[in-house]
Design a protein around this ligand. Sequence first.
Ligand code: FE
Length: 209
Amino acid sequence: MHDDDHHHDHHHDNRYTDMQARVRALETVLTEKGLIDPAAIDAIVENYETKIGPRNGARVVARAWSDPEFAEWLRRDATAAIASLGYTGRQGEHMRAVFNAEDTHNLVVCTLCSCYPWSVLGLPPVWYKAPAYRSRAVIDPRAVLAEFGVTLPEGKKIRVWDSTAELRYLVVPERPEGTDGWSEAQLADLVSRDAMIGTGLVALPEATQ
Ligand code: FE
């Protein structure tokens, strides 16, 4: 549900702004001295955004798909269930897992800034922080999803969850058919970052369909 009443703590943003300024200054100095290549930095950041960071979340999803008791725990107390796998927030934020189902798709946004579940997804993508996504995800989620290449059946409801500094969301996508007997590692490989934000779905690679 989009929740207009939440308390949105922006203290953390001031800290990140200061941090970002320091990082930029450091990057500039190192580049000018010829010690780093900005393209290499971009490649590393891209890797953290799309590959390394979201692996934690993918393992959480794969465990939930494989172990009904874990799934139930994740539904009831995501903070504890996720911490049991060793993934904990840096700022003590709480986690909530929202499960996609046949009749409901979940989409996560932070309308006011860029709150994001770092402990399970790593760095937020640029579009997640962009004003266009933050406003339109709430106003017209179906159109936003279409732009991500996700077309849902007309009857499928979309619930939009507005993150805060205190409460962050992980989407548990629907497990694709044809994956019976798959190991957790195999399942985790199917789960993309976007699927855990809700801007993507999980599908089998074409070759195995
Ligand atoms: Fe935020």
